[in-house]
Design a binder for this molecule. Sequence first.
Ligand SMILES: Cc1cc2nc3c(=O)[nH]c(=O)nc-3n(C[C@H](O)[C@H](O)[C@H](O)COP(=O)(O)O)c2cc1C
Length: 339
Amino acid sequence: MFRAVRQLLFTLPPERAHAIAFAGLDLAARLHLAGYIGDRVEDPREVMGITFRNAVGLAAGLDKDGEHIAGLAAAGFGFLELGTVTPRPQPGNPRPRLFRLPSHDALINRLGFNNQGVEHLIERVARADVDVPLGINIGKNRDTPLEAALDDYLHCLDAVYALADYVVVNLSSPNTPGLRSLQAARELTDLIRPLLARRDELAAASDRRVPVLVKIAPDLADDDLSATVDALMECGIDGITATNTTLARDAVAGHRHANEAGGLSGRPLTERATAVVQRVREQAGPQLPIIAVGGIMSAADAVEKMQAGANLIQLYTGFIYHGPPLIAESARAIRASGR
Ligand SMILES: Cc1cc2nc3c(=O)[nH]c(=O)nc-3n(C[C@H](O)[C@H](O)[C@H](O)COP(=O)(O)O)c2cc1C
């Protein structure tokens, strides 16, 4: 059934198609038709002190404003990562800003953190009634100078703390000018130390310690990746999410959308994201929680990410191309692999 629906949706501009698809998911969830959307695979995972329903989560960026929590949970995800959210609402870049490359199982996006702001998101999360963990991915407003980025992240951390199961500091979107420069070791330490200190204060005040992770890009050179991981470990980070979209275009050269500005995701990212996960695991040792994301387009890709060292995985582009069946297929394959 998903194939027929997809054929129809793919005749529409991508953002319009996504809005219709997620409204459909929400309606099905409201009508208690979850069984028709996707199977819920029960394979509980204990990571960072949180119990995840299964290892397959929704990646950040698809439900930036927490508007489809019920529908996405009904689709079978083991956890959802909402956001990226910024302190103030912002419109993002002008359309068109999302492109399909079906011959490559890929997307290019330059949405630019379009979102309704953190206050709106927390209202949504407070009203949500789902039995899967909710991570919240936080960012900076486009017009906040890079030197003041910490204030934006602190603002978001304070706002979401009471409602988030975990928080991800997004330093790897290619669509907010300069953001990725914050992954360099010195800048990273200056940003992450105070954030973790604030987390510790919030934990002491609430008796609830929310893990904080950092999401990294796939485009860091090996030495830079190594320095980034070292800096994060020294700060005492709770986990790393690898990876965001790539600026590389070699895999899609010649496609009519290949030169659109933005981040490329899906199949062309699979191998690089896996390599980054593997490197992070080798360097960070066996204990550090890793959420792997990037080009998981099949159940086999999901297992490969776990074998590379991930504790959990996430889908975005694969979910757009293959729909809810990919969630259950991946979760079952991971369970069967013994990972
Ligand atoms: C349209 C679109 C919007 C995205 N928005 C965000 C975002 O707001 N924050 C974030 O951390 N990642 C965002 N991402 C990156 C995804 O979470 C994911 O890291 C990346 O797409 C690689 O996974 P995939 O190949 O399964 O799509 C976005 C990706 C896409 C395709």
